[in-house]
Ligand binder design. Sequence first.
Ligand SMILES: Cc1cc2nc3c(=O)[nH]c(=O)nc-3n(C[C@H](O)[C@H](O)[C@H](O)COP(=O)(O)O)c2cc1C
Length: 336
Amino acid sequence: MTHPEPDGESVRLGDIVLRNRLVTSSSLLGYGVSNAALVPYGMSPVSRFVPLSEFGAVTTRTLTVAPREGHFTTRDDWPLRELPALLRRYATVLRGTDGGWLNAFGWCNVGIDAYLRDYYPRTRDQRTIISLGGFSAEEFVTLVEKVNAAVPAGDIAAVELNVSCHNVNFDFSAILQDVLDEAVPRSAHPVILKLSPDYDYLRNAQQAAKAGVSALTAINTVKALRLDPRTGTPWLANRYGGLSGRAIKPIGLRVVSELRDAGVTLPIIATGGIRTVNDCREYFWAGADAVSLGSATWLASYPGYLLAPLRGLHVRRVLRAVRRYRTLPPRPAPSR
Ligand SMILES: Cc1cc2nc3c(=O)[nH]c(=O)nc-3n(C[C@H](O)[C@H](O)[C@H](O)COP(=O)(O)O)c2cc1C
């Protein structure tokens, strides 16, 4: 496997080459490009005001072997008159809550073949991390081999294995070791393992290191629940969802710091409630090598999206500041 040398601005996390230390978290920018002009399906309105090619990398929505409706829909041809139905459906998979967001899209995606054919070629100006999800080691092997066949080594930053999602209602700990043993050695691209704060992440990180994984992403969403207090009806169609955004930043910081305290030396891409430059700094002090913008940056209430140009400016400011972090200061020793 060959890897390009980083250019003047790039940073290297092991064998992963990023344009800088600020990436975007899986799914928040869909597939990195939208199909629809009027309703930018899968893309936050904020993304229209941010140069995606300037991020360290953009991580795709999790892709599966076959297309999946999940708990939402893969349709992206909604005419305006059907917009209310789309928004009603949307509210059963994504809701704002308690300083964050609760989602259960259930890996709704077009499938790896359609992504590689219809979307990936239109994102060649971006550095990409392709997120892969499956329910067996065989599915992960298939996904890795499809990416190998379509994308020459070095053309993407990495593939990220999503074995930490709660809203597909599957126990990934039962397949993790097999996935690592079978899929990682077959990848022509560096492999990132995405950790869940709800699993045994210290053990999973050690398994990843032994299996030749190049980096860790910490954290995926936190399993969570909201109910209508009058009726007891769950907010989300899947009952449980993943909590993201500001509310989980302290949990993300805890996980990154505990990974370092446990002696994990793999590079860590931190994601969890990051919105400001100071959030990034906190994660760097905790032990992260790169930081990732997720919900706090791209999601808003519908009226809140009127401020998309301003939020775009804010994201560009964070990007400019983090680009200056070519090297990171050593992490202070943990106090006992
Ligand atoms: C609407 C939504 C969809 C998500 N979909 C995925 C996904 O498909 N795959 C994945 O690995 N993570 C997914 N995530 C998790 C994010 O990539 C990220 O790890 C998590 O939200 C924590 O970061 P944040 O608090 O900054 O959002 C999703 C998060 C949200 C809010």
